[in-house]
Design a protein around this ligand. Structure first.
Ligand code: SF4
Length: 383
């Protein structure tokens, strides 16, 4: 028997096409109601019968509606970041993080795109897992749904920055983003969805050419060829010149600032030579630079930059005339911060003393700003 597609992995027009291919008559508005019925807004009850009984029976027979199982959820008592551990029907474990935004009672969800990751970034716990498999679009959408439904306020954004390299699972991530931003799906504004990549050059080009409205963040972390490749091994596949060219294509297609992320590794990539190299490489672009403190509690692991090192680097970056923001990456005490996701329960995961020390440093960094949800309700509700 053919595997049934999951409803959360399809847009309404695809749901309609699948039904019509099977000889089932369905109107476009009915297909929209079918998806909206399964993904009702948080706190709203879905109507018990969004379409006729016969059509509902066809939907039940022709689409999968499995849900992820929540294995564990743990809230960081200091900053209210909540890490979720999910189990897929095949037993695969993945994580998501509920992120409190600057505005009270407003949240975003950090989503994984893969089970593990193949990129092997030197400072990342996920990279040490290796890649088990890609996540399906429905798994990303369902993780979002479940985190959203438990949030004590509005969830207005999503960021693909959890386990995995989103552009290594490009089609599935773009599909999930389209469903999350659909008015019958996740109802998140397109520009409140962020996709982060370590720098897969052909996919950045593709993304630029396709003209998506989601925000893109490209991890630079070093602008010096050999050093970048040692920190981000996948970087060895393309030269920095090729990456810069792809970013120019993206910038030409996108009126926003081009955001690059920089994981600050004390004494490794926080010197003036890095700022100069970044200036030589991307000085012609309108950049925003996100600095992220490394979260590596392993004994002998990467250390965070000292205040003096960080200030010196920020000063050196002034040559780019770009906004530089030190991003808050919370959830340390639950192993939920950037670079710490490894599909583990936080208890017994080790390094608690180091985690406490790192967490205490993070008090005054910038948190993501909230985004407004799209105006108007989904078809099929409130009527
Ligand atoms: S930083 Fe991102 S791309 Fe690199 S290993 Fe970790 S999850 Fe993968």
């Amino acid at each position: 028997m053919e595997p049934r597609p999951h409803l959360f992995g399809l847009l309404p027009e695809e749901i309609a096409a699948h039904l019509r291919a099977a000889g089932v008559e369905v109107r476009d508005d009915e297909a929209r109601r079918i998806l909206a019925h399964r993904l009702p807004p948080r706190g709203r009850r879905a109507p018990s019968r969004p379409v006729g009984r016969r059509l509902l029976a066809e939907v039940a027979a022709r689409f999968d509606d499995a849900a992820l199982e929540i294995v564990d959820r743990a809230e960081d008592p200091e900053d209210r970041f909540v890490k979720y551990l999910f189990r897929s029907p095949d037993g695969a474990l993945s994580e998501a993080v509920r992120i409190p935004l600057e505005k009270a009672d407003s949240f975003s969800v950090c989503l994984s795109s893969q089970v593990g990751c193949a990129m092997k970034c030197a400072f990342c716990a996920t990279g040490r897992l290796g890649l088990a498999r890609h996540l399906e679009p429905w798994e990303m959408v369902d993780a979002f749904r479940q985190v959203r439904d438990e949030a004590p306020g509005r969830v207005t954004g999503a960021v693909f920055q959890g386990q995995g390299e989103p552009f290594h699972n490009y089609d599935a991530v773009i599909r999930a983003a389209r469903i999350l931003s659909h008015p019958c799906g996740g109802r998140v504004r397109g520009d409140a969805i962020t996709i982060s990549t370590v720098g897969i050059v052909p996919r950045i080009r593709q993304y630029a050419a396709e003209g998506h409205r989601y925000r893109l963040i490209v991890s630079m972390t070093s602008a010096i060829e050999g050093k970048r490749a040692s920190l981000l091994p996948v970087a060895a596949k393309w030269s920095l010149a090729e990456l810069a060219e792809a970013l120019r294509e993206y910038a030409a297609a996108n009126p926003r600032l081009t955001t690059v992320a920089w994981v600050l590794l004390g004494g490794v990539n926080d010197g003036p030579e890095e700022a100069e190299a970044l200036h030589r490489l991307l000085g012609d672009l309108r950049l925003r630079i996100n600095l992220i403190d490394v979260n590596d509690p392993r004994p002998g692991g990467y250390r965070r930059s000292t205040d003096a090192e960080r200030k010196g680097f920020v000063n050196a970056l002034q040559v780019l005339k770009a906004p530089v923001v030190r991003r808050y990456s919370g959830g340390f005490r639950r192993h939920a911060a950037c670079g710490m996701l490894a599909a583990t329960r936080w208890e017994g995961a080790g390094g608690e003393a180091e985690i406490d020390a790192l967490a205490d440093e993070a008090k005054h960094m910038s948190r993501p700003r909230p985004s407004s949800p799209p105006a108007g309700g989904p078809p099929g509700f409130g009527d």
